[in-house]
Structure formats: C-alpha cells, structure tokens
Design a protein around this ligand. Sequence first.
Ligand code: MG
Length: 326
Amino acid sequence: MRRYPDVTQGPLRSRLPDRVQIVEVGPRDGLQAEERTLPTETKLAFIERLLDAGHTVIEATSFVSPKAVPQLADAEEVVRRLPRRDGVRYPVLVPNERGLERAISAGASEVAVFASASESYSRKNLHRSRDEAIEGYRGVIRTAKDARLRVRGYLSMVIADPWDGPTPVATAVEAGRRLLEMGADELSLGDTIGVGTPADVQRLVGAYRDAGVPADRIGVHFHDTYGQGLANVLAALELGVATVDASTGGIGGSPFAKQAAGNLATEDLVWLLDGFGIITGVDVRKLAAISSWLASELGHEMPGRAARALAGEASVRRRVAGGSPQ
Ligand code: MG
C-alpha cells in the first residue's frame, strides 16, 4: 500500500547502492538478550522462516560460554541442524580459540569475533582491556582463516561508550583496521548504545574511507535508542556501505549496556529500502509475519514498527472485505 509518488529516482536515490546485504542477527544478537529461553526446535523454525523470507546471511548462534549466555547453550546442535542452502551464510559468534574449536567441529563455515572500540565496555563485557581483547583475536582469526572460514569482525561502541563517553573517531578507525589487518573479511561497526546520529555515522565511515578501508568491507550495526537507526543507515549507505545488520522485530538490547534499545528492526529496514527500490531479496510482509510469530514465542511485543503497521493494514482490509458499512 503506497500512497506517495515514486521516489526510486532522485538525488538521494542516486547516491545509494542498488543492492543491500542484510545480516539478520535475530537468532544470536537478538535472542541472547531475551529472558525466555526458546527450545532448539523453535530457533530452527525461526531460521527456516528467515530463509523462506529470503534472507541469505543469518547470524545463527554464539559459542560463548553457556554459563554466560544460557539462551545459546545449544549452539552445537543449532549449527549441526542448520538448513544448508546454496548462497546462504550462517556466521556464528566465537569469543576465543575454544569457542572457535567448538564452532568448527559443529560445522560452522563463518565466524564472528567481537571487540570494543572503547576501553570500559571491553573491560566489563570481555574482561580484558581494549588492546588485549583485539590482540587476543589474532590467533583466532588466523586459525579460522587457515580452516577456510570467513571472518566477520564486530566492533562495538564505535560512536560512544556508556562509561567513557564519545569514542574518538581515530580510535574507532584504528581498532577496526587492526581487525581487518589480522584477516577479518568484513567489519561490522556497532553503535551499541544507539546514541549516534547520521552526522556521527558519516564522520566515522568517512574516516574509514580516508584511512583506505573500502566501503565494501564495512557493515553497520545500529540500535534504535534515540530513533536514529534508519537515518543512520541512510547516512552509511550514502557513503557506499551496502551491508546492514538488523534483527527481526528489533530484539536485542545489550545486558551490558542497559540503556540501549534493541537492534534496528529488519522489517523497518526493508520497508525503507523497498521505498527506494533497493534490492535486498527479502520480503517485508513475510518478515512482518515472522516478527508477529516471534512476539508470541517470546511473550512480548516487538519494538519494531513496520510489523505492527502491516498487521494493522491487514486487519483494516479484513474489516473492509467483511462488508462493514463505510
Ligand atoms: Mg546489536
């Protein structure tokens, strides 16, 4: 239901990519923040639905200690039972060599490591200084590359840290470049507490570009705390970024950054991109249905907007079709 003129042409559209790769992080980044632990069958059903909606990159689970994240204690089983499809990738989070070994023996073909651009978050979340944590991934990335795994590097707190305040742009760039130089194929820049605005995003992505990092090695990972998530995506796309992380329904706050809202909702992102005619391969109405299903599985409403709006649209159509007097 589109009531506005065609905006698939125009000055802003001409600066945006024709295709965006969405990295659906709901099954890992999303679920790990949830109180209700979903059965393995439900997680696999979630992933099946995501595939059916057209997703091709789905962060499936995490090999952190089951004690730290009980929700994802079934990582081995989830990876072993993932539906293998051509052209579909399932990155899994690994915190260290031990996690990497578990991931490899379960059959993972892509892993993600998780560092912080800021000092305090690294100490509180990873229990190591920023530099120690980053340096600690050198061996993990080398082992993963030797095993022919693709490696995604997450860098969190790229805009600001809840304890340290703003992250200097030069610090964020230096930290990310180290992960790339160690062999990470792609870097996902995380505004983990969602305080960034498009101005911050363009400053940061522009600084990466100036440092010689091509935009196709960068993804963006936004949280919607101040309602800037979609605007921040546009700001990044305008500078050539074409990989965007998002989670079904917008689930996924961080237990270590409590003031952060959830991730940007995938269905909200696809609604935006569809409006520009940007290809994602993902069907927004199917995403909305998955979001509603997930809400019932998790026992709470989803923070995202598009699923609720689309559900409302359907109920209006049902009422009209039912012949209510106008
Ligand atoms: Mg996140």
